[in-house]
Structures are given as structure tokens and as C-alpha cells.
Write a protein that binds this ligand. Structure first.
Ligand SMILES: C[S@@+](CC[C@H](N)C(=O)[O-])C[C@H]1O[C@@H](n2cnc3c(N)ncnc32)[C@H](O)[C@@H]1O
Length: 210
């Protein structure tokens, strides 16, 4: 399926999902989210890009890491998800968060950033155009962390794939589901450190732009 058709489908899905999203994922994904942000190795004053930021569930952790002198930029396709991110920003009076409503493929990202987070953004990880656009705004030496769901590939892990249908509403493709980081690895031109978790149905990958 073409990127543009996938994006249309994601827009319709997330219009329905947005009101339920935080109730489903705020607690459930906390451990992986914490580890993903920790692996970004952010320092106070740095700028970080949260790609497919959704309702902004990572913003608290990113804000703690970069502090008030730093900057958090969220890029998000769905206006319904982004409206909820905007509510969080207003409720916490964060002055250093910029929200960009756009597809990651075309987003006009306002800065060069020190680090990039992809957290549960399988569709974006399968879009070479999105990855190219995002990486073009990452400083050389900047860190990239991607984490999320995947399909287990080893025979002894197959029972764990029973959870895969749970991910289906949140993705428009299962292309690349056994190695969701593969396109990112090709573009970075360096190896990512990849850890698979929960019998191969979640992963966390981290690397550096050369
Ligand atoms: C499963 S949610 C994850 C949200 C957030 N990263 C989190 O950890 O809670 C996936 C998000 O990616 C967004 N998305 C999907 N395709 C996109 C694209 N091409 N560009 C930007 N955002 C996209 C969806 O609208 C959705 O908000």
C-alpha cells in the first residue's frame, strides 16, 4: 500500500482511537517508554524529536530529561491525537514544546535535533520517506531510539504471537513486523543495538547517526 493511502487509513483509525488512547497505554507501555527515553541519553538543554508523538505520553519523561532550557518537538499526523497532546502541554504550562501537525514524510521540522524517538510507530518505521525526512534533521552523532511491538520470528516464540492481533488497530501494515527497525538500520548506515523483549513481541533499538 502506498504511504498516502496508509496515512488516510491511520487518520481514520486514530480519530476513533484518540479518546481511548491514554486509558489503554498510559500504564501499559510505561516500562518500555522509560527505557526508550533513557537510551536517548538526553542532557539538559538538548532538543529531542518525538516522531508520531500521539497524545504526548512521552512528553513528561522527555521534559524531565531536557529541562526548561531544552526543546521537545512532537510530530503527529492525527489532529485528534495531537489535540490531546496540546491539552497536556497547556495543563503543565510547558513553554518549550513545539507540536507539528503533519505526516513524518513531509513535516517541516523547525530545528536540528540532538535525538529522535520513535515509540510504537510501526507505520512510520516502514516509510523510507518519513525516516529520511526525520534523520535529515538529526545532528551527526545524535541518538535514535525506536521501540514498539513486533512479530516473533523464532519457532519457540510463536505462542507469543497471540498478542499480535491486539496491535492491529494501531498499525496499517504488518510489513516488516519481524524486524521493524530494518529500514532505519539501512538509512543510518551503522548497526543498531537491538533487544527483543517479551518472547520477541516487543523490541527496543538504539543507534547513532554517523
Ligand atoms: C501507536 S501511536 C503511538 C503514539 C506515541 N508515540 C506513544 O508512544 O504513545 C502511533 C502514532 O503514529 C501516528 N502516525 C501514523 N502514521 C504517521 C505518519 N506518517 N506521520 C506522523 N504520525 C503518524 C498515529 O497518528 C499515532 O498517533
Amino acid at each position: 500500500m502506498q504511504d498516502s493511502r496508509r496515512r488516510q487509513r491511520a487518520l481514520s483509525r486514530y480519530r476513533l482511537i484518540a479518546p481511548l488512547y491514554d486509558a489503554l497505554f498510559e500504564a501499559a507501555g510505561r516500562r518500555l517508554r522509560r527505557e526508550a527515553v533513557r537510551r536517548l541519553e538526553l542532557r539538559p538543554g538538548q532538543a529531542v524529536l518525538d516522531v508520531g508523538c500521539g497524545t504526548g505520553l512521552s512528553f513528561d519523561l522527555l521534559e524531565q530529561a531536557v529541562g526548561p532550557q531544552g526543546r521537545v518537538i512532537g510530530v503527529e499526523l492525527s489532529p485528534d491525537m495531537l489535540a490531546r497532546a496540546q491539552q497536556k502541554v497547556a495543563a503543565r504550562s510547558w513553554q518549550n514544546v513545539t507540536l507539528v501537525e503533519a505526516a513524518a514524510e513531509e513535516a517541516d521540522i523547525p530545528d536540528e535535533v540532538d535525538a529522535v524517538l520513535f515509540h510504537y510507530t510501526h507505520d512510520i518505521m516502514q516509510s523510507e520517506a518519513a525516516l529520511r525526512n526525520v534523520l535529515s534533521h538529526l545532528k551527526s552523532g545524535g541518538r535514535v531510539v525506536a521501540a514498539g511491538g513486533k512479530r516473533a520470528s523464532r519457532w519457540w516464540q510463536q505462542p507469543a504471537n497471540l498478542v499480535v492481533p491486539f496491535f492491529l488497530p494501531f498499525v496499517t501494515t504488518l510489513e516488516g513486523a519481524t524486524r521493524p527497525w530494518a529500514k532505519l538500520e539501512e538509512l543510518l548506515g551503522s548497526r543498531l543495538a537491538v533487544d527483543e523483549r517479551r518472547l520477541g513481541v516487543t523490541y527496543i533499538a538504539s543507534g547513532v547517526k554517523p
